[in-house]
Ligand binder design. Structure first.
Ligand code: ZN
Length: 399
């Protein structure tokens, strides 16, 4: 009945259809992996009132992911309420919603934030579509990444143990371990809603294993890279922003992890203590800051000129490799000796006296290189991971 041709034609059809009875009962679903939304009311497409449920056993809310089934070519008006009490209220300013029809292409829908409610308007082209805080990275894709990686002769896949929800804590060991080689560790998604972290790791791992890419090949002659692509599968599957299945923020567990609260950190840390760490990258997304940046361990007790040199060397390499990186905007640096040693990159930096960075990417867009249609995206996260491997390569001789 409706043939969509162009935006002008669509507007005509919308008006025509509004004069008829609405065919489809509007439905909103979050009954799938990483789904998370609460429908306050949805009386009509023009008034869809939503809130975001908190991570289990916490008051931390920010990640949303839901599916709308409704009439195509009808205007829909969404309001996500109570965001003044979300985990990062400032994260909603200049934030545009992520959406997809086919679950592959995730585009942005412009949104407005008034300090408490995020509102956005949209005319779907199809009956069913997904909305999310950022493009999801599914448990299936996670398994695809692990298992495609393990087919490389230099890569070994290992399950270190299980989470409290009985999911696998998976480690990729890439490169033949030997006493002469440096040990590099890269982990992602301690905060599970920061899905860009696993897109980034996918880009980095695929480059590392690409036989036609000399950066990966020459790195593996000299180092062993251990990768935990997803530190927090429980939170990822449950649709959490920041915590594991029982509401524990894994990035505050590194000093005293336990199998009861934080087996994810406990088991990875045990292996680190066994094999050592010469360089550590912990991959995250930042809700508020619209830039890519790194946060170092300058506040740890043993921070010194050698670590400062390594940090500068790494940052200079990355600045040369990609305009997606900058070093002007980011977190305030910790005062000397004031670092929180429960944080992964601080604990690792202090324990192993090594280069240790938290890497942050935006949920919004990288505003010096803005993209109106996609914002910061899975594709750019993959490319950034790909590029960061070259910065690792450029720094290895200094370690
Ligand atoms: Zn984070």
């Amino acid at each position: 009945m409706i043939e969509y041709v162009d935006s002008d034609k669509k507007n005509v059809l919308v008006l025509a259809q509004l004069n008829h009875e609405i065919r489809t009962t509007m439905k909103i679903f979050s009954n799938f992996e990483s789904g998370n939304i609460h429908v306050v009311s949805a009386e009509s497409p023009q008034s869809i009132q939503l809130t975001i449920p908190a991570d289990n056993q916490t008051e931390i809310s920010q990640w949303f992911h839901f599916r709308l089934e409704s009439d195509a070519h009808q205007p829909h008006h969404f309001t996500i309420n109570e965001l003044a009490t979300s985990a990062y209220p400032e994260g909603w300013t200049d934030y545009d919603v992520v959406a997809s029809y086919d679950r592959e292409e995730w585009f942005r829908i412009p949104a407005q934030f008034d300090g408490n409610a995020l509102t956005f308007d949209f005319i779907p082209e199809h009956e069913s579509m997904y909305f999310a805080y950022f493009a999801p990275y599914s448990y299936d894709r996670h398994q695809d990444l692990l298992h495609s990686a393990q087919t490389h002769p230099a890569c070994k896949l290992e399950t270190l143990g299980h989470t409290l929800d009985n999911n696998d804590i998976s480690l990729l060991t890439i490169g033949e371990p030997s006493p002469e080689k440096k040990n590099i560790w890269i982990i992602g998604r301690q905060h599970p809603g920061e899905t860009m972290a696993e897109w980034f790791i996918e880009g980095l791992v695929l480059r590392l294993l690409d036989e036609t890419d000399t950066v990966g090949r020459s790195l593996l002659d000299n180092v062993v890279i251990r990768v935990v692509p997803n530190m927090n599968p429980d939170g990822s599957i449950r649709g959490h922003l920041r915590t594991n299945g029982i509401g524990v923020n894994l990035n505050r567990e590194w000093q005293t992890p336990s199998m009861d609260r934080s087996p994810e950190v406990f088991l990875v840390r045990e292996r680190m203590l066994e094999v050592g760490v010469d360089m550590f990258l912990d991959i995250h997304g930042d809700e508020a800051i619209p830039y890519n940046f790194v946060a170092g361990s300058e506040g740890t007790p043993s921070y010194n000129a050698r670590i400062a040199h390594l940090e500068n060397h790494f940052k200079q390499a990355l600045l040369t490799i990609t305009p997606e990186f900058q070093d002007e905007f980011g977190y305030d640096k910790d005062e000397p000796g004031k670092a929180n040693l429960t944080v992964g990159s601080n604990w690792v930096g202090e324990q192993f006296k090594c280069l240790s960075y938290t890497v942050e990417m935006p949920f919004k867009d990288h505003i010096s290189h803005a993209d109106e249609l996609y914002g910061w995206s899975p594709e750019r996260s993959v490319a950034f991971g790909h590029d960061m491997l070259a910065a690792v390569w450029a720094t290895v001789d200094e370690l």
